[in-house]
Design a protein around this ligand. Sequence first.
Ligand SMILES: Cc1cc2nc3c(=O)[nH]c(=O)nc-3n(C[C@H](O)[C@H](O)[C@H](O)COP(=O)(O)OP(=O)(O)OC[C@H]3O[C@@H](n4cnc5c(N)ncnc54)[C@H](O)[C@@H]3O)c2cc1C
Length: 427
Amino acid sequence: MEREFDYIIVGAGAGGATVAKELSKKNKNILLIEKGNVEKSIGTFNDALRYFDGSKITKIPFKSKEGVTLWRAFMAGGSAFVAAGNYIRSFEREFKSMGIDLESEFLEAEKELHVAPLDDSLISEGSRTIARAARQLGFNMEPMMKAIDPSKCIRCGQCMLGCRTGAKWTPIEYLNEALNNGVEIMYNTTVDKVISEKGTVKGVLAHNAKEQITLNAKKVILSAGGLSTPVILQSSGINEAGTNLFIDIFVCIYGLHKDLSLINEPQMAMVNLDFHNEKGFLLSPCVNHVRQIRFIEAGMKGFAMPTKRILGIMIKIADEESGYVYPDGSVSKIVTNQDRERLNFGTAISKKILEKAGVDPDTFIETHPAGAHPGGTAAIGRIIDTNLETRINNLYVCDASVFPKAPGMPPILTIIALSKRLANHLS
Ligand SMILES: Cc1cc2nc3c(=O)[nH]c(=O)nc-3n(C[C@H](O)[C@H](O)[C@H](O)COP(=O)(O)OP(=O)(O)OC[C@H]3O[C@@H](n4cnc5c(N)ncnc54)[C@H](O)[C@@H]3O)c2cc1C
């Protein structure tokens, strides 16, 4: 007789790992299916080429049809594995107004992840100089809320390639707990479609390198991320998924300083949120120290900059929900006029701060627009209800797709809180 799981969870990233861990406490029969692998060797540019999404041949990162870079990773832990380790509550007020009160889930998650302002000992002289300059100009610049253990951090400045020392929290911790509680995890397996009968879930259709697989379940939770979940929904008959894509577009301003850099600190060590509510952007000192990544970001100008003398600020906006994910997984995403205005406002302030910090303004370069927070493609109120259920009974979505609007903020903490809430609702 064919096996039937109580739950199949699709995707082992921020949402999927949390739901798996929480549901596993209830002694259920759970299968987690993940497209990527458990990566053993992490933390270098060459490692990252394996798990970041990009062309298999040229290694160029995934882009929208209009050329906006879309950063994401396929692996155990998902994009949350390569995150900068920033954990700020986002969209709290908006969810509350929809009847979704996440207060107790936020508190629980913050405790489990040990979220705290980045330890002073980990902040480089470069960021301190930027913060002083910002304050002299009347702007704030505070340590970022992080989930980084200062006793393990070696200040390699490569958080976004994967943390080699385990200083940064990742969903692997939740996956290990789920495994210990009996959850089965199937890696290197891609879910293509949800099977339903008379409007109710029956299971999923998946494939690996060898074969197609049909797996049965009473309930299915899609946590494949803002760019993959809508593709699965569309192939399962929910054709209206995939619209309203946001990505929290960002650019960085880089410039040369005579002797300072941001090399010796966790990336995005500090943050300015002065403009978040009114103007829709945040600022954070940030430089990618790998030349090849700066080449991707800004061509030869980025590549040629001497790594040990760059200071930079990332400008990250809440962009318009203007994008679309097509059934074949390709993406349309532009920088709208409003997005450009927000970016311009933020870059102008960032240049002032950097100049005040001693950066030569003649060396300023701006990176190409990119995004690493895709979501909105299966939003609450449009594709799912406030319990995260679709119009197919027992089919749920729990990842960044469910945000109705761009947070313009690190979304993982909120995704974890939503996942805890869903697990409570289901059990
Ligand atoms: C470089 C980088 C830095 C970031 N830094 C931060 C940060 O500091 N703080 C923050 O809050 N956010 C950060 N983000 C964003 C954050 O990582 C994502 O918003 C978050 O991980 C989204 O969670 P999710 O559950 O929607 O998707 P993910 O965490 O990406 O998980 C989706 C999972 O589903 C798997 N999958 C995809 N398709 C399928 C399929 N068809 N079948 C089976 N499995 C599938 C993927 O492999 C992946 O493991 C960063 C992102 C990047 C790329």
